[in-house]
Design a protein around this ligand. Structure first.
Ligand SMILES: *[C@@H]1O[C@H](CO)[C@@H](O)[C@H](O)[C@H]1NC(C)=O
Ligand SMILES: *[C@@H]1O[C@H](CO)[C@@H](O)[C@H](O)[C@H]1NC(C)=O
Ligand SMILES: *[C@@H]1O[C@H](CO)[C@@H](O)[C@H](O)[C@H]1NC(C)=O
Ligand SMILES: *[C@@H]1O[C@H](CO)[C@@H](O)[C@H](O)[C@H]1NC(C)=O
Ligand SMILES: *[C@@H]1O[C@H](CO)[C@@H](O)[C@H](O)[C@H]1NC(C)=O
Ligand SMILES: *[C@@H]1O[C@H](CO)[C@@H](O)[C@H](O)[C@H]1NC(C)=O
Ligand SMILES: [Zn+2]
Length: 458
C-alpha cells in the first residue's frame, strides 16, 4: 500500500472513532468497524481493473445500447449487448458448482407498450446471475448497473451512444462481482444484475423489483451503481478515493399517517435505507477497498433518481453509488466536438482503477450482508413507562448466534456504541430513550453482523 493511503485510512479510522459525541454517557464499548475476513479480502484482490476496461470496451463496441435499438443484430444494438452479458454471466456460473444460475434460453423480459419516451413497442430484458444462498436462500441482496445507454435525445436509437461511464461502469461492477464470487458459498442469496430501460424511466429495474415482490422475496438490500467509472469532474477536480452513496431518509412509498408515526418516534433519520447506508459506510471504508464511502442524506426522488428507486417503491431498502465529481459533458450527450471540447460518454474518460475500487466497496458490502444473519425483525422500544432505562424487544432468528444493541447520540450520523446482549429477544439498556437512538443487530456464528434494525417498521 502507498504510504499516503495508509495515512488517509488511519485518519479515516481515527475520525470514525472520534465521531462519538461526548454526551450522553452510556453503556457499552465504542463501535469498531467490522473488517473483511480473509476469504473476502482474497476475493476483492481478484477484482481486476483490466477486466473492467475490457467489459466497458466491449459494451461500447455495440455502437448503441439505447433500449429501443436493434434486438436481433449480432453486432450492433442492445440485443447484442444483452446476449454478450448473458454469455459472460453463464461462463461465471459454470465455475459455481451449480450454485449460480442465469436464465439460459431467454433472460427475464417483458414487452413494454409505448409510453412516454418509449416511442415504440419494446422488449425490456434484464440479465441476472443468481448465486443461491446455502442456508438462507430466501433472503436476497442485489447489486446492479444498467446496460442501456443514451445520447442527447433519449428516443434516438440509431446514433452511436457509447455509455462507457453511464452505465458501462455499473454493469462492470455487477459482472466483476459475479465472476469473483461465483465459486464461493454464501449464506444468503446474491443477485448480480444488468438492467435495461433505465434512461426512459427505470423500466427494467421496476420489472425486476416487482417480480421479486410478487414472489414475496425478502430483499434486504439493493446496491445500484450508476456512473461509477470516472474520478475526474468537469472542473478538473480528481477524487479517486471517495465514492458517493445516496441513501434517502423517508421511503417514497410512505403514507402521511406512516410519516406521522415516524415523526412520533424520531425515525426521520433511521429508515431501513439509512441503516443499509450506515452498514455500508462501516464495512466498506477500509484498506481492502481503499475507499471512503460518503453517505449523502438526500431524498432523491427528483434528484439523483435511478434503479434503486424501483426497489424502494416495492418496499425494499436500496442505495445508489455515483462518482463524487461528475462531468456532464460526458453524460447523455451526442458524441461530438464543440470548440475543441469533446462531448460524449467515451471510454477515454474512464478511470478503471477507480471503477475497480467501487466494485470492491460493493463487493465488501454485498458479501458482508449475505454472510451475516438477516436484520432483526419486529423490534420495538417500550415507551409505556417513564424511566431512565430503555427496553427493546424483537423476534428470535434461529440463524443468529447473538445480538448487539447499538446506540448513538441523536445528532450523530453513525452508530457509535455497541452493547453485546447475547442470544436473547429482550433487553434493558441503562440509557434513557429520550437521549439516544437505539438499534439492534444480529451476530452470526461466523462473526458477520447484520445492519441494525430500528424500532420502527418501514
Ligand atoms: C436488426 O438487425 C437485423 C440484422 O442486421 C436486421 O435484419 C433487422 O431488420 C434489424 N431490425 C430492425 C428493427 O431494424
Ligand atoms: C475461485 O476461482 C479462482 C479463480 O480461478 C481461484 O483463484 C480461487 O481459488 C477459487 N476459489 C475457490 C473458493 O474455489
Ligand atoms: C405483479 O403482480 C401484479 C398484481 O397481480 C401484476 O399486476 C403485475 O403484473 C405483476 N408484476 C410482475 C412483474 O410480475
Ligand atoms: C433519571 O435520570 C435523571 C438525569 O440523569 C436523574 O436526575 C433522575 O434521578 C433519574 N431517575 C431515576 C429514577 O433514576
Ligand atoms: C433501571 O434504571 C435504574 C437506574 O435508573 C436501575 O437502578 C434499574 O436497575 C434499572 N432497571 C432495569 C430493569 O434494568
Ligand atoms: C440525519 O443525520 C445527519 C448526519 O448526522 C444530520 O446532519 C441530520 O441533521 C439528521 N437529520 C435528522 C432529521 O435527524
Ligand atoms: Zn445512468
Amino acid at each position: 500500500m502507498h504510504p499516503l493511503h495508509s495515512l488517509t485510512l488511519l485518519g479515516l479510522l481515527v475520525s470514525f472513532l472520534q465521531a462519538a459525541s461526548e454526551w450522553p454517557p452510556g453503556p457499552g464499548a465504542v463501535l469498531v468497524p467490522q473488517e473483511p475476513d480473509d476469504e473476502l479480502t482474497a476475493m476483492m484482490a481478484q477484482i481486476d481493473p483490466a477486466r473492467i476496461e475490457a467489459i466497458i470496451t466491449k459494451l461500447v463496441s455495440f455502437g448503441t445500447r439505447n433500449t429501443m435499438s436493434n434486438q436481433t443484430d449480432p453486432l450492433r444494438g442492445i440485443g447484442a449487448a444483452r446476449d454478450w452479458i448473458a454469455s459472460e454471466m453463464q461462463s461465471f456460473a459454470a465455475t459455481s458448482g451449480g450454485r449460480m444460475t442465469v436464465a439460459n434460453s431467454e433472460v427475464p423480459s417483458y414487452v413494454q407498450a409505448p409510453t412516454g419516451s418509449i416511442i415504440q413497442k419494446t422488449v425490456i430484458s434484464n440479465v441476472v446471475a443468481t448465486l443461491k444462498g446455502s442456508t438462507d436462500p430466501n433472503r436476497i441482496y442485489v447489486v446492479s448497473g444498467h446496460y442501456d445507454s443514451r445520447v442527447t435525445d433519449v428516443t434516438n436509437f440509431l446514433s452511436d451512444s457509447p455509455g462507457a461511464d453511464d452505465d458501462g461502469s455499473g454493469v462492470a461492477v455487477a459482472m466483476e462481482l459475479a465472476r469473483v464470487m461465483a465459486n464461493h458459498t454464501s449464506v444468503a442469496t446474491m443477485m448480480f444484475a444488468a438492467v435495461a430501460g433505465e434512461e426512459q424511466g427505470l423500466f427494467g429495474s421496476a420489472f425486476m423489483a416487482a417480480t421479486l415482490k410478487n414472489a414475496s422475496a425478502d430483499v434486504q438490500g439493493m446496491l445500484n451503481n450508476d456512473i461509477v467509472g470516472s474520478s475526474t469532474g468537469d472542473d478538473g477536480t480528481t477524487d479517486p478515493f471517495n465514492i458517493r452513496m445516496f441513501a434517502q431518509g423517508v421511503p417514497t412509498t410512505e403514507t402521511l399517517s406512516q410519516i406521522d408515526s415516524r415523526v412520533d418516534i424520531g425515525a426521520e433519520n433511521d429508515s431501513r435505507i439509512r441503516q443499509l447506508g450506515r452498514f455500508i459506510v462501516e464495512v466498506a471504508s477500509n484498506a481492502v477497498t481503499q475507499m471512503n464511502v460518503q453517505m449523502v442524506y438526500r431524498p432523491d426522488r427528483f434528484l439523483r433518481g435511478g434503479d434503486h428507486e424501483s426497489f424502494i417503491a416495492n418496499g425494499y431498502p436500496a442505495v445508489r453509488f455515483t462518482e463524487p465529481h461528475e462531468n456532464f459533458a460526458h453524460q447523455h450527450q451526442d458524441v461530438r466536438v464543440v470548440n475543441g471540447v469533446q462531448f460524449g460518454d467515451l471510454t477515454e474518460f474512464c478511470d478503471f482503477e477507480f471503477n475497480a475500487r467501487v466494485a470492491r466497496v460493493n463487493g465488501v458490502a454485498l458479501w458482508s450482508l449475505a454472510q451475516a444473519p438477516g436484520t432483526p425483525k419486529g423490534l420495538t422500544l417500550d415507551t409505556s413507562v417513564l424511566t431512565n432505562n430503555s427496553t427493546l424487544t424483537w423476534t428470535n432468528d434461529p440463524a443468529a448466534a447473538g445480538y448487539e444493541v447499538v446506540w448513538r447520540a441523536t445528532e450523530d450520523a453513525f452508530w457509535t456504541h455497541v452493547v453485546p446482549v447475547g442470544k436473547v429477544t429482550k433487553t434493558t439498556i441503562l440509557l434513557s430513550k429520550d437521549n439516544a437512538q437505539f438499534g439492534v443487530r444480529a451476530v452470526g456464528a461466523n462473526g458477520f453482523k447484520s445492519p441494525a434494525a430500528f424500532p420502527f417498521t418501514d
